[in-house]
Design a protein around this ligand. Structure first.
Ligand code: GDP
Ligand code: IMO
Ligand code: MG
Length: 428
């Protein structure tokens, strides 16, 4: 019986990972966010209320689950405080939250740097969420980062912030940005350290003990495979790896402890930010999908770009993540579209290919090859059994299974927790 389940996004993020995590969290003892930061925006909908989470794992609504923010994350303590306040105001009492002492802190200078880098790149800007994610991971790699465990050691913290500002202030000065003061930053950061002192532990030890006790553990992905620093559409990616392979490193558990990997997949494709997107289209159907699917960023409010489902991308994600089951999301959004396309391959410089080229300029020249399937008109949003779906809808799902050689284990027909068709029972 599977005890550890990893939830990953197979596209460019916003596939519905929050909904699936919340849904499965009711059977989990522990829910873990392993990487990324508040660039993520996970919407959860139940009892006619919508919640947007950015840092806190989507297991937070199950009072019995422990929520872990693991070492691979970059955490802005101010944003974390705001999110906790939002949950408190919504009536959710203090959640069980553990923070890794090795998670990196997103500092105020990371936000300024993110903004500045985007400005300097001009037309080549990534379209980041401007949450300081890239600079925070860069500092981690440059070995000038500040970790959560550092926040409660005032002298050590002062030295670390001093070092970081030796690097950042001359840059800010040169580009006309305000320079930051060591003391201000130390006081602010130390106050957050005190606030979260009791939550901050070695979460790797906690997780390994949970594995030893045979607890059910759910790893909630953020972003998506195509935004992976290694396997995504570099350089138009985020600064961490949102794949299943990153979970062991980003949480401190061994790779052999991963049992199942759910590839969360939108029934079509969306993307926010810049970068090529072979199946993107702009016509009346774009508007139809954007309005039905409320396709506006949870974090930035930007309208999401829309395209057809891309099997090249899905197979790339299946291969890299070792996906054992696919969750098809937002299937209800396609209701009412006469003809639905699936991209089955690309033509690159006159040649058919079935992979994602590593070269971004090659990827940008890829033209999609489509198969077209008839759509359906019936409302599917209340259907609980896959057999009750319209014939054309079942056919669409079957084509996806055939083209990926992977089982669909969950089908989502609406944002609410209840609007989920279950084909495989995880954690049972
Ligand atoms: P995440 O980042 O992967 O967690 O996804 P987001 O929450 O950013 O975006 C997914 C959006 O789709 C949210 O607004 C969800 O409430 C919504 N959603 C999730 N599943 C479904 C579904 O099956 N149908 C519809 N109509 N909306 C859904
Ligand atoms: P969830 O978890 C969609 C995108 C940004 C930008 C690129 C780099 O909600 O699926 P960053 O701020 O990370 O440096 O931005 O990555 N991006 C996301 N797009 N969903 C996300 O998270 C994203 N997190 C980052 O739009 O293109
Ligand atoms: Mg999102």
């Amino acid at each position: 019986m599977a005890r550890t389940v990893v939830v990953v996004g197979t596209q460019w993020g916003d596939e519905g990972k929050g909904k699936i995590t919340d849904y499965l969290a009711w059977k989990a003892d522990v829910v873990v966010r392993s990487q990324g930061g508040n660039n993520a925006g996970h919407s959860i909908f139940f009892a006619n209320k919508k919640y947007a989470l950015h840092l806190i794992p989507s297991g937070v609504f199950n009072p019995k689950a422990t929520n872990v923010m693991a070492n691979g994350m970059v955490i802005n303590p101010e944003a974390l405080t705001e999110e906790l306040d939002m949950l408190n105001k919504s009536g959710l009492k203090q959640p069980n939250l553990l923070i890794s002492d090795r998670a990196h802190v997103v500092m105020p200078y990371h936000l300024i740097m993110d903004e500045l880098q985007e400005e300097l790149k001009q037309t080549d800007a990534i379209g980041t969420t401007k949450k300081g994610i890239g600079p925070a991971y860069a500092d981690k790699a440059s070995r000038i980062g500040i970790r959560f465990g550092d926040l409660t050691d005032k002298d050590g913290l002062t030295n670390k912030i001093n070092l970081a500002l030796k690097y950042y202030n001359p840059i800010f000065k040169a580009f006309g940005k305000p320079e930051l003061k060591v003391e201000d930053l130390v006081n602010r950061s130390y106050a957050y350290g005190e606030k979260f002192r009791d939550n901050t532990i070695d979460t790797s030890i906690f997780l390994n003990e949970a594995i030893d006790k045979n607890k059910a553990i759910l790893f909630e992905g953020a972003q998506g495979t195509m935004l992976c620093l290694d396997h995504g559409t570099y350089p138009y990616v985020t600064s961490s790896s949102p794949t299943a392979a990153s979970v062991p490193l980003a949480t401190g558990i061994a790779p052999r402890y991963i049992d199942e990997v759910i590839g969360v997949t939108k029934a079509y494709t969306t993307r926010v930010g810049s970068g090529s997107f072979p199946t993107e289209f702009e016509n009346e159907t774009t508007k139809y999908i954007r309005e039905r699917g409320h396709e506006y960023g949870t974090t930035t409010g930007r309208p999401r770009r829309i395209g057809w489902l891309d099997i090249n991308i899905l197979n790339h994600a299946v291969r890299i993540n070792g996906i054992t089951g696919i969750a098809i999301m937002l299937l209800d959004v396609l209701t009412g579209i006469d003809e639905i396309k699936i991209c089955t391959g690309y033509v690159l410089d006159g040649k058919k290919i079935h992979h994602i080229p590593g070269s971004y300029s090659d990827f940008s020249r890829c033209k999609p090859i489509y198969e077209t399937y008839p759509g359906w008109k019936e409302d599917i949003s209340q259907i609980k059994d896959v057999k009750d779906l319209p014939k054309n809808c079942i056919n669409y799902l079957k084509q996806i299974e055939r083209m990926t050689n992977t089982k669909i284990t969950l089908v989502s027909v609406g944002p609410d927790r209840e609007q989920t068709i279950i084909l495989y029972k995880y954690f049972e």
